[in-house]
Design a binder for this molecule. Structure first.
Ligand SMILES: Cc1cc2nc3c(=O)[nH]c(=O)nc-3n(C[C@H](O)[C@H](O)[C@H](O)COP(=O)(O)O)c2cc1C
Length: 168
């Protein structure tokens, strides 16, 4: 059934808009960095995307309500950890209210000193290039310094559900 809902101001109903946007299938990434004291910080996102090859730029967005926002504001860079299909638990951990998200998992630091989650499908270690206004989110653009990928199946996200992305 086609669904189209409009509010009196002719803007889409937020819940309807969220469900409509959820039709766009994505992968899942955990964006990591460290704060000024070297404490690791990370958050689950599906807003990651590529921007430019020359220079090599990527983007992702973070809600202004995110508790991690002040850390990403100050950080000089961040690492994109693209999750593999067997990492749904990491997706949920880094989207949860848990404050200590790193003590129960395996991770190490990349060449920029930013956390890499063991078993990730791919990692992109970035310097922060720019931060732009994105309404109730902020859009972070990163310059890719190091990139690595492995022969694993991606974790997918669509219509609120997680599952392996099997294509081809
Ligand atoms: C699959 C998935 C994708 C998400 N994508 C984003 C995103 O792109 N941007 C965002 O701000 N939050 C996103 N979230 C929600 C955050 O992960 C969640 O709000 C998290 O608790 C934020 O942590 P913090 O408040 O400690 O920073 C996503 C959650 C899930 C499960």
């Amino acid at each position: 059934m086609n669904q189209s809902i409009r509010t009196p101001r002719d803007t889409p109903d937020p819940a309807h808009l969220r469900r409509t946007l959820g039709c766009f299938a994505t992968g899942v990434a955990v964006i990591t960095t460290v704060d000024g004291a070297g404490t690791p910080c990370g958050v689950t996102v599906n807003s990651f995307n590529s921007v430019s090859l020359d220079p090599p730029l990527i983007l992702w967005s973070l809600a202004r309500s995110s508790r991690s926002l002040p850390v990403f504001h100050v950080a000089k860079g961040f690492t994109v950890n693209i999750l593999a299909s067997d990492q749904a638990a990491l997706c949920k951990l880094f989207a949860s209210r848990e404050e200590d998200r790193f003590s129960s998992i395996d991770w190490h630091k990349d060449g920029l000193g930013q956390p890499v989650l063991t078993g990730a499908l791919a990692t992109l270690s970035c310097h922060k290039w720019a931060v732009h206004d994105g309404g109730d989110h902020e859009i972070f653009i990163g310059q890719v310094i190091e990139a690595e990928h492995h022969d694993r199946t991606p974790l997918g996200y669509c219509k609120g559900a997680l599952g392996p992305l099997m294509i081809g």
